[in-house]
Design a protein around this ligand. Sequence first.
Ligand SMILES: O=C(O)CCC(=O)C(=O)O
Ligand SMILES: [Fe+2]
Length: 348
Amino acid sequence: MLTLDPTRFRRPKNKAPTRHLYLANCGQQCGDTAEEVLRRLREGQAEEEEVVALHLGPGVTYASFVHPTAAARAKAQLEFESDHAWRVKFAELEDEVREVSGVLLPSSVESTAHVEVPGVHVVTDFVSEMEAQELLLQIDQRPWNTSIKRRVQHYGRAFDYAKLMIADPGTVPEMPDFCQPLLQRLEQTALMPHRIDQLTVNEYEAGIGIAAHVDAHSAFEDTIAAVSLHSGIVMEFRKPEPDSSGKVSMGKHHRMAPATPSAVELTKNVWLPPNSLLIITGEARYAWLHGIAWRKTDCVEEGKVIPRQRRVSLTFRRARGTPCACPWPTMCDSQTPEAHGLPSRIAQ
Ligand SMILES: O=C(O)CCC(=O)C(=O)O
Ligand SMILES: [Fe+2]
């Protein structure tokens, strides 16, 4: 994770947007706090995750985004607002590696090969090509929920995002027919220690991602399984550190909001091939954030950038019956209810 060194920023050589912003009249001596600056930069972004690092100086602040379009969006928004005295310009970071188009090269899977995430397992060819095609056909015949950037379908036990609990524990809707063979295989292979009662289908067109999050401990049992269809993608795992107050912030919904950049210790990029199964269990499920960057390319081997294509994932979980008692209380919304502190982020 980036720790920003303010001495490495330069004025850009040309006018094209960069992924970094320079904010003059913004800093501790101007009465600004990192939380407030981050909040404003995140306003109008598709996902909070777009802002990846912040350096708040005495009177000058630098912010880095995943992509120049996110930086440009934040700049335009701040220029439109008149209730601050900040002067916003693009900045360039010394020695930053770029693609020809000016887009930052994605961090490769290879570059994080040394990082171990206990509890992440990828099973290749968990579904056959024919089975994958049939699943996609079935899924695409069903209605998609289009209320967020990714299209989604929910099956089985519903999660009530307002109450932060499993809705109506009395009724357990049947899981759809199309996923029955997968459910049986998951249960037979003993990869899932409990019966699955929930499925979320997520669709990622090229460029679409999902904010780094932890699936709420209070809502779901330990092991979570995800099948990748149509194409692969790089998933990022991050281990956040509690902030100075000893807390790790949680989102309002079933996910934990991204940790502030300085609070992130380790990152691991994991390639999820098409037709593979990802299992997240134990430490990986409870104490690491997982997410997918918003970009159109991925990089498995250093120097080889591959274009993304549509990926459809099936996430299988079990709704939790009793409060979570995991050994990571700072990450746990059952044991640390105030962990649901942070305001809005896009649900689901
Ligand atoms: O798309 C995926 O593989 C994971 C989705 C996910 O993390 C979630 O729905 O909580
Ligand atoms: Fe998740």
